[in-house]
Design a protein around this ligand. Structure first.
Ligand code: SF4
Length: 239
């Protein structure tokens, strides 16, 4: 759906957006804003993100290290026998899906660029970079946004299930908003220069306090701005 239509359909958009400043102020003492640094190549971030689906950071990190130890180059990953690659990344789970996806992505990058390198995406506007990445079979909005944000500190706010949960509870997005639409809504609410640091703050808050099953509202600095708390849902977390 068109971006403007998505935003027009959000009820109380301005009231939701007004939560941003106090929420940021509430989170920052707990999770000081991180400054983005280039730590990995965009292609490594893409491969790592593919491995990270439906598993822990620990397992996907181990699978990525296994890849690096087993294969000396991207080309070697691309040309590896599939069964061998599946075994190498098995610790990440869903290895029968993830291994061929790694090879498809590497093949597409090489076919399009003639090399195994995605750094050119950092020169493009975020929307163009995202369109390029999501044109690859199996790469969705979340993965593309992670590459742009973590790879280049670009203007993309990645929304995974944890970000989506916390942002819905606070009320940045309406209840039931799907992650695809949440990208559009949150990117319109949050200043672009805060995308990376605010993403990391919300992830940390979801891990430490605003847990999926039982949010620890009594320890949370956001109660005054949180719809979930203000609506009394904290008394009845199964509601
Ligand atoms: S008040 Fe509760 S539901 Fe709201 S953000 Fe804090 S922990 Fe999450």
């Amino acid at each position: 759906m068109d971006k403007h239509k998505i935003l027009q359909q959000v009820d109380r958009f301005e009231a939701r957006r007004a939560k941003y400043a106090p929420v940021l102020a509430g989170l920052s003492p707990l999770y000081p804003p991180l400054i983005w640094r280039k730590e990995n190549s965009a292609l490594d971030i893409l491969l790592l993100t593919i491995l990270s689906a439906s598993t822990t950071d620990q397992n996907s990190g181990q699978a990525f290290r296994n890849l690096q130890q087993r294969y000396p180059s991207y080309e070697a990953i691309l040309n590896a026998p599939l069964a061998d690659l599946v075994e190498t990344v098995r610790v990440a789970g869903l290895a029968n899906q993830k291994a061929p996806r790694l090879q498809r992505v590497l093949q597409r990058v090489f076919d399009e660029r003639g090399e195994f390198d995605l750094e050119f995406l950092g020169e493009l506007p975020a929307e163009e970079a995202r369109a390029w990445l999501t044109s690859i079979d199996g790469i969705g909005l979340k993965t593309a946004s992670i590459v742009i944000s973590f790879g280049f500190n670009g203007a993309a706010f990645p929304v995974d299930t944890h970000i989506n949960r916390v942002c819905q509870r606070i009320g940045f997005t309406p209840a039931g908003t799907q992650p695809e639409k949440a990208h559009t809504i949150l990117e319109a609410m949050i200043p672009a220069h805060d995308y990376f640091s605010f993403h990391m703050q919300i992830i940390a808050h979801g891990r430490k306090i605003c847990h999926a099953r039982k949010p620890q509202c009594a320890q949370c600095p956001l109660t005054a701005w949180c719809d979930y708390y203000q609506n009394g849902d904290a008394q009845n977390p199964d509601a």
